[in-house]
Every structure is written in C-alpha cells, then in structure tokens.
Design a protein around this ligand. Structure first.
Ligand code: HEM
Length: 162
C-alpha cells in the first residue's frame, strides 16, 4: 500500500491537482452536488421500499434512478481526484476505510435488490405492503448511504492523518 501511495503522490496528475487553485474547490462542490442527487433519490426509493409513501408506485420512483447513477458517477470521479491529490492522507485514515466498507455494503445490497427482488417489487400494486426482505434491503441501503456520507464528512475530523 505504501509503495502505491508514494507512486501515486509522485504522478504528474497528483502534482497538477495540488498545484491548481481551482480544481480542489470545484471537485468539492461537484462531490457535494453528486451526493445530494444520489442520497436524495436513493433515500426516497429506500423509504418507499420500507413501506412509506405507499400511494406512490415503486416503478415511478425507480424512474429517477438514472439521476442517482449520475450523482454516483460524479462522486466516484471527484473522489478519485481527491485520492490522487493526497493519497497518504486518506490511506492512513481509518475513517476512509470505513467509508470504503460502507460503499461496498451499499453496492452489494443494491446488487441483491436488483438480482433477487426487483422484479417482484415492481409487480406490487400501489398501496401494497412490501415483503419483509424488501423493507430490510431498503433499511440497509438507507443506513449504508448515510454512513458513507457521515464518514466522508468526518474525514477531516476523525483519525490522525490531518
Ligand atoms: C464513489 C466513490 C467516492 C470516493 C472515491 C470518495 C472520496 C472522497 C474523498 C477522498 C473525500 C475527502 C475530500 C476532502 O478531503 O475534502 C471525500 C469527501 C466527502 N465525501 Fe466522498 N467519495 C465517494 C463517494 C461519496 C458518496 C457516495 C458520498 C455520499 C453519500 C460521499 C460523501 C462525502 C462527503 C460528505 C465528503 C466531505 C466533503 C466536505 O467535507 O466538504 N462520497 N470523498
């Protein structure tokens, strides 16, 4: 890991990110907009899976998902810019690794939903109570995205890398 971090920090991309006065604030702003899009839409979808807002059809909420994916892509790209800029600060911070863990949990949970539950859920009538497994997937998703958000915000405050 240390070898990789040292190599990444010496790349021209890392030098460029650190020498620029605008790239870091631009990426911070985009990261914030991306997470708002992602958490706003997935959060609504998760609450719907948990049985809230039953008058709204799940299919209609799911139609918003491409916008959530755009938010995720923006965050992945800008997050990689941060990592490339200061890899040693994040690699040595346990909160960063918690963030990665919760990102993986959220991804795995979405995979379980897509492969095992999505078809059944979309067939539910508006107003019907979602099965327990569906409510659980919604809860895990909500908690894990908020944990990603919390760990991201806490990067500067917890751990001794800063
Ligand atoms: C998908 C890959 C992602 C990567 C590689 C990534 C990486 C990072 C990094 C390295 C930082 C630190 C920036 C700094 O020091 O100022 C950061 C900040 C942050 N991230 Fe992410 N992130 C990702 C996705 C997300 C997602 C999905 C969320 C929310 C659900 C999120 C929420 C945050 C927050 C709230 C901050 C703090 C921003 C601030 O203090 O202004 N990140 N991210």
């Amino acid at each position: 890991m240390d070898v990789f971090v040292t190599w990444l920090r010496a790349t021209p991309a890392s030098e460029w990110i650190n020498s620029s006065t605008w790239i870091w604030p631009l990426c911070e702003s985009l990261h914030f907009m991306g997470l708002s899009l992602l958490v706003g839409i997935t959060g609504f979808f998760d609450l719907r899976l948990m049985g809230f807002f039953k008058r709204v059809s799940i299919g209609a909420v799911r139609d918003l998902m491409p916008f959530a994916l755009v938010g995720f892509a923006v965050n992945a790209i800008t997050g990689l810019v941060f990592l490339t800029g200061l890899p040693e600060q994040y690699a040595n911070n346990p909160v960063w690794w918690y963030k990665v863990g919760f990102l993986m949990l959220a991804g795995l949970n979405a995979l379980v939903y897509e492969t095992r539950l999505s078809a059944k859920v979309l067939a539910l009538e508006p107003g019907a109570d979602p099965p327990t497994a569906v409510r659980l997937v919604g809860l895990v998703s909500l908690v894990s995205w908020f944990a990603v958000l919390y760990c991201g915000r806490m990067l500067a405050f917890i751990g001794d890398a800063f």
